[in-house]
Design a protein. Structure first.
Length: 630
């Protein structure tokens, strides 16, 4: 319905066409030839190699900080499929037993997984760093061309955003999902803006939005719609039409439909275990905003707690908030906001709005506090992370400012290009000097090598029975190694996760450890065979009893085989099922209905988009292919 309304809003055709002419007027007035695509790819690849060089210095190392969680989660998913022939629905190696597909930051459906099947998990993440960087740069370049920027000005937004410290800091801290979200952001905005004039692009915008959750970018999946909605509101005001708002809503709703295979299981889990977080002190102060954009001094990124920076009551994790672009880029952004205000005011509004939100509860009135009271947004934390969206807007403004400066010169075309190149270098070189060393702090944890069989690209398969153990946390990674836990077939009880961990799971060697399966009464035996989604226990009970499995309880477990009945949470929130006296082969299987429901919705949505795309291609020459030469 929203798609139909966006396509045929009454009385808006003339206004939309006028708005489309305004959007392209700058491009039409500027006959300068755009750079070739291959030249842009080459330039962005060189920039990416320079910034990411430190990531490849220790190719045989595992990443520190949050890399631990993503490498471990992906290795678990790969092991479940490759070694057990199961769908990755349940992860016994993390946090006493956790959901896998419904893990908010799972990257199961991202390009990481097929590449990991070929070269291994850790190499896959490293190999994808440069393509992700180039993809994001090309998105900014395509968006800039759509907005009317040409020549060197068209490259400025990509160089400012991806030449800033944001991408290297995300690499340093182990946020591959945020890297993917950052790369998808310009494409999402581009497709959304194209969809206002041509509704056939709604499907492309929806696919880009769904891509966020497929890449585990849960924060971006929640916050990027705020950017689209604000941009749509500004364009609705400019065109005096509701069509931009309807188009935005249609793209987001369709995107949720495409991503339902992930969204529905997430909603089920969060419905059972709400994640409501109070306003925290993880916000930027005005002084920290200035330091983020202009400060050349970096905190100690080598150690686990080194990146924390304080200013009064505010405390931010710098790898989430650092965004150095340098003074010249900021001057260009201000120039674009002032001299091209008629075209750039939506981006100025966005820069101010998200900069205000990044200030969190440290200012009054607080836009963050107001949004934090809304459903879903209440589960988000650390408003300092929103500096990405403010910097994204500043980068686009800098492109307009660069173009305004070029046009203000009365010299010949060759002199203008020469001066423009000098300004571009003067903008980029300080960013490179500050940001190049960052990625050397990313992969700093040596891989555990004392495992039988396997090599770097094909790790050994688990050969020992599963057991929960007490894991020692490495001083440079959060939560103890998850990657090694999977390879050893050992559960890591202290691993970090946003989902609840039950207090009842016990590690081997603890005084109250009773095994991976046991009867509450202690009379009888329980011999388990534990695989990720399927737990089989041979039980011999002297009396009617309760069988307990040493893993966290989540809805979706079912008892089959010799004993059928509800699986419930025993004291300590561990899995339990009632068994009668006698010998039984008990089988517990994790089969949440939400997965089937979500997969069905996604299949219907994707089929609808493909049919719509096919019919649109037959009906005209445009379709969904992004014309990055435009």
């Amino acid at each position: 319905m929203l798609v139909l309304l966006a396509t045929a809003a009454p009385g808006t055709r003339r206004r939309v066409e006028a708005a489309a002419r305004v959007q392209t007027s700058a491009r039409e007035r500027t006959p300068t030839r755009a750079p070739h695509t291959w030249l842009a790819v080459l330039a962005f690849s060189i920039l990416g190699l320079v910034l990411l060089l430190g990531s490849f210095q220790r190719f045989d190392h595992i990443g520190g900080k949050d890399w631990n969680a993503f490498v471990g989660q992906t290795q678990a998913e790969l092991t479940i499929m490759r070694d057990y022939g199961q769908l990755p629905l349940w992860n016994p190696w993390r946090g006493g037993g956790q959901v896998a597909l419904a893990e908010p930051e799972s990257m199961l459906f991202s390009p990481v997984m097929p590449l990991a099947m070929l070269v291994g998990v850790v190499p896959a993440f490293k190999v994808l760093l440069l393509p992700t960087f180039v993809l994001g740069c090309l998105g900014m370049w395509a968006l800039a061309g759509h907005l009317g920027l040409t020549g060197l000005a068209r490259a400025v937004p990509a160089l400012v955003l991806f030449g800033s410290s944001i991408f290297p800091l995300y690499v340093c801290s182990g946020f591959p999902n945020w890297l993917a979200g950052m790369a998808l952001l310009p494409w999402l905005v581009l497709f959304h803006r194209r969809a206002v004039a041509d509704p056939r692009w709604i499907g492309a915008a929806a696919a880009a939005y769904a891509g966020l959750i497929f890449c585990g970018s849960i924060y971006q999946f929640v916050f990027f719609p705020l950017y689209l909605a604000l941009d749509a509101a500004c364009r609705a005001i400019a065109s005096r039409s509701t069509r931009p708002l309807l188009t935005c809503a249609a793209a987001l709703v369709l995107g949720v439909g495409l991503a339902s295979v992930r969204v529905v299981p997430l909603l089920e889990v969060y419905g059972q275990f709400p994640r409501e977080l109070p306003e925290t002190n993880r916000y930027l102060t005005p002084a920290l905003v200035v330091r983020s954009l202009l400060g050349t001094e970096l905190p100690n990124l080598w150690y686990l707690w080194g990146p924390w920076v304080r200013d009064g009551e505010a405390r931010v994790y710098w790898t989430e908030a650092g965004s150095y672009i340098g003074p010249l880029a900021l001057v260009l952004a201000g120039t674009g906001a002032l001299l091209r205000a008629r075209l750039t005011w939506p981006f100025t509004v966005a820069a101010v709005a998200f900069g205000w939100m990044a200030l969190g509860s440290g200012v009054q009135p607080s836009l963050w506090d107001a949004l934090h009271r809304l459903p879903v947004l209440g589960s988000m934390q650390a408003p300092s992370r929103l500096i990405l969206l403010a910097t994204f807007s500043l980068a686009l403004l800098a492109g307009y400012g660069f173009q305004a400066g070029e046009r203000a010169l009365t010299a010949s075309a060759s002199i203008r290009r020469g001066l423009g190149l000098l300004v571009l270098l003067a903008t980029l070189v300080p960013m490179l000097i500050v940001n190049m060393p960052i990625t050397a702090n990313a992969f700093i944890v040596a891989r555990y090598r004392n495992l039988e069989g396997g090599n770097w690209f094909t790790p050994p398969r688990p050969r020992r029975p599963f057991v929960q153990v007490r894991v020692v946390q490495h001083p440079r990674e959060f939560g103890g190694s998850l990657y090694n836990a999977v390879l050893r077939n050992q559960g890591n009880l202290i691993s970090t996760t946003d989902l609840p961990t039950c207090p009842g799971t016990r590690p081997l060697g603890a005084e109250d450890y009773r095994g991976e399966a046991y009867l509450v009464s202690g009379n009888g035996t329980a011999v388990p065979t534990i695989t990720p989604n399927d737990i089989r226990v041979r039980v011999e009970a002297v009396q009617d009893d309760v069988l307990v499995i040493n893993q966290c309880f989540f809805p979706g477990w079912r008892a089959e085989g010799g004993v059928s009945g509800p699986v419930f949470a025993a004291p300590g929130e561990v899995l339990a099922v009632r068994v009668p006296a006698g010998r039984h082969d008990v089988r517990l299987r994790y089969r949440p209905r939400s997965v089937a429901v979500g997969a069905a919705i996604s299949a219907v949505a994707w089929l609808g988009v493909l049919v719509w795309w096919w019919r649109a291609r037959r009906g005209g020459p445009q379709g969904f292919a992004p014309n990055i030469r435009a």
